[in-house]
Design a protein around this ligand. Structure first.
Ligand SMILES: [Zn+2]
Ligand SMILES: [Zn+2]
Length: 330
């Protein structure tokens, strides 16, 4: 076992992540020490490095981690040395607050988040609480599996929150939408993909994945939508999407941060239209999602970056130039 590890550390807004070497940590009770094999880059990582959401620093970002267990702490059940595991954004919960007690651990009052309030997977190794890790379906290699851990999983929670929506709109066609579109199409839904204006490559990508229609975010789709999910961090898309949903339709905001939502006429919300947000994940979401993508595999598009090119990977996610997900490979 290597004695030391390397991690890409976030110290201050405006500074690139910097490579640091550290002694290899020992897993505490209930924890796993993982050798990271892939970690996808999420838009939330941009919100962290931009200071849109603020946690302790320095911290090693990365919450879509696939790794192999190389050591286990005491009292670990369910995983053993050699297992492949996935580490998601939800890194721990208090297990005693009203939310934890009622099956809404995604809203825990005292949560721990991977790569935000504890060190994550932009590293060669990391430690994770075994109780919040997932087994990953064999159909996916390590690179393909990484984006499942947040893009896939949060997309899936948003999809379930959108309800029974035969005509589903997706605003922002990045890592999350490209996975969710395949699941929704597989469920027999019509998917309408909205990209940034002028992103014809993104629109072609959406059509190739089975979307019934793809266009720019300001365009009128050919049919009224039953629900829309907004993955782009753009508040102006909320009233935009609201105008595209039918009476009783729902707009689901899937991101952790958004620019301010501009004012809009009450008439656009009238007739029982709804706006809601989706926060984090529960372990039950993760298990249901992994089961869904095991039974009906999706094609995950990835662009690999070496770990030391983390800043380039973040820039690519920001620019939206990647088809699917950026994945760091140590
Ligand atoms: Zn994420
Ligand atoms: Zn709690």
């Amino acid at each position: 076992m290597a004695e030391r590890m390397r991690a890409m550390e976030f110290r201050a807004v405006g500074e690139p992540l910097s490579s640091v070497e550290r002694p290899l940590p020992s897993p505490g009770p209930g924890e796993l020490l993982l050798k990271v094999s892939a970690c996808a880059v999420c838009r939330t990582d941009l919100h962290i490095v931009d200071g849109d959401i603020v946690g302790p620093r320095p911290v090693v970002p990365g919450h879509e981690v696939v790794g192999r267990v190389i050591a286990v702490g005491g009292d670990v059940t369910g995983f053993a040395v050699g297992n492949r595991v996935g580490v998601p954004w939800l890194g721990g919960t208090c297990r005693t607050c009203p939310y934890c007690m009622s099956g809404a651990e995604n809203l825990c009052d005292f949560p721990t988040f991977t790569g935000f309030s504890r060190d994550g997977g932009f590293a060669t190794h990391m430690v994770a609480d075994a109780r919040y890790c997932f087994a990953i379906p064999d159909a996916y290699d390590d690179h393909q599996a990484a984006p499942l851990l947040c893009a896939g999983l949060i997309g899936f929670r948003s999809y379930r929150m959108a309800g029974d929506a035969p005509r589903l709109g997706l605003y922002g066609f990045g890592a999350a939408a490209h996975i969710l579109a395949q699941i929704a199409v597989g469920d027999g839904r019509q998917v309408f993909a909205f990209t940034r204006p002028g992103d014809s490559a993104g629109q072609d990508f959406a059509r190739r994945l089975g979307c019934a229609w793809a266009g720019a975010s300001g365009e009128t789709p050919p049919e009224l939508l039953d629900a829309a999910i907004i993955f782009a961090p753009v508040g102006a898309l909320v009233p935009e999407a609201l105008r595209r949903v039918r009476k009783g339709g729902r707009v689901v905001c899937a991101g952790i941060h958004m620019s301010d939502i501009p004012g809009f006429p009450y008439a656009d919300l009238w007739e029982e239209r709804q706006i809601m947000s989706v926060a984090n994940l529960t372990r039950a979401d993760g298990i249901a999602f992994m089961d869904a993508v095991a039974r009906r595999p999706v094609k995950v598009s990835t662009t690999p970056f070496p770990l030391d090119q983390v800043n380039e990977a973040l820039a690519a996610v920001r620019a939206g130039t990647i088809e699917g997900a950026a994945v760091l490979v140590p």
